[in-house]
Design a protein around this ligand. Structure first.
Ligand code: GDD
Ligand code: MG
Length: 351
C-alpha cells in the first residue's frame, strides 16, 4: 500500500525551533519525528512513501536517504507553498489508484488496516480517521451519521461552536478519483475546499473514530513537550533510545553522572551527557546528545536538544531549548516557550 506524507509546512507554531529545522525533523525523545513516523508507516504495511515537501526539504530527504527501511521513498518538492490540497495534487504523477494521505506532524498509533476495512466495507471514495480532543476549535471538526458517513467538516470553528469533539486526525484513505476535484498548480486546502465540496456533491465520504489510540499533533510548543513526555512516561508506546538503568531512568552511551546528581523519573540522558554534582534532572526531562548540566542546576519538564550547556544553579523548566543553547549561571529560564538553536540565555525570570 502507498502513502503520501505532507511535510512542507512552515511549522509556524514551533518557531523559533523551525527557523532552521523543519517540523518533521524535530526530535521526539531523541529520535527525529520523521523517523518515528516512517517506522509507524512501515509497521502498518506501507511499502511506498511519497513525501510532499516545501519548506526546508533537504534535512528530511538527507535523513531518509540514509535510512535502511522496508519501503521505497520518493520526494516531491513544491516551488511555492501549495497548502494541503495543492500538495496532494502536485504529487499526482507518483500516486496510484488508492493511497493513504498523512499530515506529517502527527504522532500516533492509529491502525491503518482498520481504516482500510471501513473504506472497503462502505465502498468509500474517501475515508478519514477521527480522534477525540478537549478543544476541537484548533482542528477540523467532523460530524458523522450513525453509519460513519460524514455529514459536516468544519475547519477550525470558533471556540464553543464546535458541534463535536471528534476531529480530523490528519490520516485519510483516498481513491485516485478524488484528485479530479482538486485544482492544478495553485494553493488549495483540502480542509476548507475539497472536503466541504465532496459533501455538497454527495460523494461517499466516511469516517472512523479511534478513541483508544494514542494521537497528538506535535506542531505547537505545548504539544511538542507533551509528545516527548508521553513517550517518556510510556503513555505513547514508542521506543526510547538508551538503557533503562532503573525504572523510568534511561541513559545513553558514555554519560558522566556525578554521584550527588539526582535523576528523577521519567528522564532520558542522551549519549555523552555530563551531569555535575547536585544537579536535578526530571521528572520529565529529555537531554539530547552531549548536553552539560553544571553543579546544582535543575532541568524539569523540559526538552534540551544536542549540545546545550546549563550553567551552575540555573533552572530550566517547562521549555524547549534548541541545539547548543547556553544558559548562564543562576538564570531561571522563561517557561512555556521554545528557544531557537545557538541562543545564549543570560537573563531569565525572577527565581
Ligand atoms: N507539502 C506541503 N505543502 N505540506 C504542507 C503545506 C504545503 O504548502 N502546508 C501545510 N503542509 C503540511 C504540514 O507540514 C503538516 O504536516 C500538514 O500539512 C498539516 O498542516 P498544519 O499547519 O500542521 O495544520 P493544522 O495542524 O493546523 O491542521 C490540520 O491538522 C489537524 C490535525 O492535526 C488540519 O488537517 C486539521 O483539519 C486537522 O484536524
Ligand atoms: Mg498540525
Amino acid at each position: 500500500m502507498q502513502a503520501l506524507v505532507l511535510v512542507g509546512g512552515f511549522g509556524t507554531r514551533l518557531r523559533p525551533l523551525t527557523y532552521h529545522v523543519p517540523k518533521a525533523m524535530v526530535p521526539i525523545v531523541n529520535v527525529p519525528f520523521i523517523e518515528r513516523f516512517v517506522d509507524y508507516l512501515e509497521a502498518n504495511g506501507i511499502t511506498h512513501i511519497v513525501f510532499a515537501m516545501g519548506y526546508l526539504p533537504d534535512p528530511i530527504a538527507n535523513h531518509l536517504s540514509k535510512r535502511n527501511g522496508k519501503a521505497k521513498y520518493d520526494f516531491v518538492v513544491e516551488d511555492q507553498p501549495l497548502d494541503t490540497g495543492g500538495a496532494i495534487k502536485n504529487a499526482e504523477p507518483l500516486l496510484g489508484e488508492r493511497f493513504f494521505v498523512f499530515n506529517g506532524d502527527v504522532l500516533t498509533t492509529i491502525p491503518l488496516r482498520e481504516i482500510l476495512r471501513v473504506h472497503e466495507e462502505r465502498n468509500a471514495l474517501l475515508t478519514i480517521a477521527l480522534t477525540p480532543v478537549d478543544d476541537p476549535s484548533r482542528y477540523g471538526v467532523v460530524v458523522t451519521d450513525s453509519d460513519g458517513r460524514v455529514q459536516a467538516f468544519i475547519e477550525k470553528p470558533p471556540k464553543e461552536t464546535a458541534p463535536s469533539n471528534l476531529i480530523n486526525a490528519g490520516i485519510y484513505l483516498y481513491e485516485r478519483e478524488v484528485l479530479n476535484h482538486i485544482p492544478t498548480g495553485q494553493p488549495y486546502s483540502v480542509e476548507r475546499g475539497l472536503y466541504p465540496k465532496l459533501l455538497e456533491i454527495g460523494a461517499p465520504f466516511y469516517a472512523v473514530a479511534f478513541p483508544n489510540d494514542y494521537w497528538l499533533d506535535i506542531g505547537k510548543v505545548e504539544h511538542y513537550l507533551q509528545a516527548n513526555f508521553d513517550v517518556l512516561s510510556r503513555k505513547a508506546p514508542l521506543p526510547i533510545p538508551g538503557k533503562e538503568i532503573r525504572q523510568g531512568v534511561w541513559v545513553g552511551e558514555g554519560v558522566q553522572i556525578a554521584p550527588t546528581a539526582k535523576l528523577q523519573p521519567p528522564v532520558l540522558i542522551g549519549d555523552g551527557c555530563v551531569v555535575e554534582d547536585g544537579a536535578v534532572i526530571g521528572p520529565f526531562a529529555v537531554l539530547g546528545e552531549g548536553v552539560i548540566v553544571k553543579q546544582n542546576a535543575v532541568v524539569q519538564d523540559a526538552v534540551l536538544w544536542d549540545g546545550c550547556v546549563i550553567g551552575e544553579n540555573a533552572n530550566v523548566s517547562r521549555c524547549v531549548l534548541g541545539s547548543r543553547c547556553e544558559v548562564g549561571e543562576g538564570v531561571k529560564v522563561e517557561p512555556d516557550r521554545a528557544y531557537g538553536c545557538n541562543e545564549r540565555i543570560e537573563t531569565g525570570v525572577a527565581a
